[in-house]
Ligand binder design. Sequence first.
Ligand SMILES: NC(=O)c1ccc[n+]([C@@H]2O[C@H](COP(=O)([O-])OP(=O)(O)OC[C@H]3O[C@@H](n4cnc5c(N)ncnc54)[C@H](O)[C@@H]3O)[C@@H](O)[C@H]2O)c1
Length: 252
Amino acid sequence: MITIGLLGCGNIGRVIAKGQENFKITAVFDVVFERAEEFGREFGATPYSDFTAFLKEPTDIIVEAASVSAATAYAEEVLLAGKDIVIMSVGALADISFREALIMIARENKRKIHIPSGAIMGLDNIRVGQISNVDKFVLRTTKNPKSLSREATEKTCIFTGKAFDCVHQYPKNTNVAESLSIACGREVDVELWMDPNEDRNMHEIFFEGEFGEAYVRVRNVPSPANPATSYLAALSILTLLRNLDNPLVIGA
Ligand SMILES: NC(=O)c1ccc[n+]([C@@H]2O[C@H](COP(=O)([O-])OP(=O)(O)OC[C@H]3O[C@@H](n4cnc5c(N)ncnc54)[C@H](O)[C@@H]3O)[C@@H](O)[C@H]2O)c1
């Protein structure tokens, strides 16, 4: 049985806990300690208010499902403690010097940093961008204004630019852009739209290069507990965790 330390007892954390099968969440940490306590009671895990004590619990892997600031604050410490980490708030890796430092620490400590596919599909073969020419690489994200905590009466483009710049303005909406950029080995061009007539979180990927061309469109159902998070993202990390001990690795 794989043992997990969960950082962030929110919407994604709960989907993971409800899907426990070949893994068990044994320790939990949340900036709001009451959430960790409640989670611990419900799912039989030990709640911690002190991160260092949480890390000392003998878990096999730490799962971050909290926030960009949590991933930034704790990921290095996790790897230095000799544990693998799953990072859900991948927007944290938009800071290239932070990302490179993290990879170096992981390499030195022979640890892995897992990034789930999250709220998109197609991340697997986007990686051909690492070894072949890419002519066009665009992510167009369209959300209902409510998902962005904004208001709009018509479809409006609110950001165009690179993933790195998007993270400062829309940290909760940069995860997909950052995952794509890391997978491809080059920064994706981002367009962020809000549309009052769109009730789903939509991501369109336009990818052209030496291989040919691809268009991927995902229309995600928002998570009932947190409309800013697509339900697919929670299912994606759960799938990753269920496959940790599977000898057959597909689409990686
Ligand atoms: N990779 C992707 O495609 C993708 C998709 C959706 C969401 N996400 C990210 O996953 C993360 C979790 O999403 P969620 O829907 O579960 O969010 P949520 O708000 O429902 O839950 C987050 C929990 O983490 C806790 N938390 C936040 N910052 C913390 C910190 N610094 N230290 C300790 N605890 C902290 C909060 O108190 C909360 O209980 C978010 O950062 C979100 O942006 C990634």
